[in-house]
Design a protein. Structure first.
Length: 289
């Protein structure tokens, strides 16, 4: 704790916003952060950010995460249902996570991870961070109301976390000395044609943007990805382009003077940590001797 100057649980945290297919921009941004040799001690994700975040916390590199989604179509992640609470079931997404995640629980992830969802009955944000409900929690975080049926966990219905907390910076703010926020869900322009999908997407976009205002101010480094507003929520055909745009904006932000100061502090922290670990190991050897 003394290393951090205050009683922070973690040195660096990442907060990944929701945004549907725009979440592929997270992968490009994560590539930049890896090139800068920054490592998160904790990750919080909402919706698409939860999906990208859980794979990253599971030890996948951004390129590997992208490969998992390549040649996939939206219909592979869903199943039609009788429209009582939603038009689609997220059974395909559940199976996709079960097949590809190495961890079976939050505790088995390589990096502590928080999945943000919305409790439908209590109308409040819920953060899942422990136990064996890892896959269900991520599915819940991604379950856009009306489009998907709610995800039930222990008998309670949960829906997309973006409804109330699309940018989960405040979820980890007090736990971290520094937080890098990746926001890929900026305001989309009104569609030229009004249909159910466009109306639903813009409605959700308006709601999610309205609850990011305060969280944006809590970031030490705020990376916002512009230029992907034209891609719709379920567009899996332009993931490479979206990822490249994310890379571009992250590279620009990290190269700024104030951002790079934090990068340098991270490097110094890692050096101190390694030095202290060596000292502890040396003491242990002497005691065992």
């Amino acid at each position: 704790m003394a290393l951090f100057g205050k009683s922070y649980d973690h040195f660096m945290g990442y907060a990944l916003s929701g945004g549907g297919a725009k979440g592929f921009a997270h992968l490009g941004a994560l590539k930049v952060l890896e090139k800068c040799e920054i490592k998160p001690d904790i990750i919080a994700g909402t919706s698409a950010g939860s999906l990208a975040g859980v794979f990253y916390a599971d030890g996948y590199h951004p390129e590997e995460i992208g490969e998992l989604f390549k040649k996939k179509e939206f219909r592979e992640f869903v199943e039609l249902s009788i429209p009582k609470a939603g038009f689609l079931k997220s059974t395909g997404l559940h199976g996709f996570l079960k097949k590809n995640l190495r961890a079976n629980s939050f505790e088995e992830l390589k990096i502590p991870f928080y999945a943000v969802a919305t409790d439908w009955n209590r109308a409040c944000t819920v953060v899942f961070s422990n136990g064996d409900d890892l896959i269900d929690a991520v599915v819940a975080s991604c379950s856009v109301p009306v489009v998907f049926n709610p995800q039930y966990i222990h008998g309670n219905p949960y829906v997309d976390g973006g409804l109330l907390k699309n940018f989960p910076v405040s979820v980890i703010r007090k736990k971290c000395k520094y937080v890098i926020g990746l926001n890929v869900s900026l305001m989309i322009p009104p569609a030229k044609k009004n249909n159910i999908r466009n109306m639903m997407e813009r409605t959700f976009n308006l709601m999610s943007n309205s609850n990011t205002i305060f969280d944006r101010t809590y970031c030490d480094i705020l990376i916002e990805v512009k230029g992907i507003e034209k891609y719709n929520m379920f567009d899996l055909n332009n993931m490479d382009t979206i990822s490249e745009i994310g890379f571009h904006h992250a590279a620009i932000k990290i190269s700024e003077k104030e951002s790079w100061k934090i990068v340098e502090k991270c490097h110094k922290h890692y050096e101190r940590t390694v030095h202290i670990q060596k000292q502890i190991e040396s003491i242990r050897k002497k005691i065992n001797y």
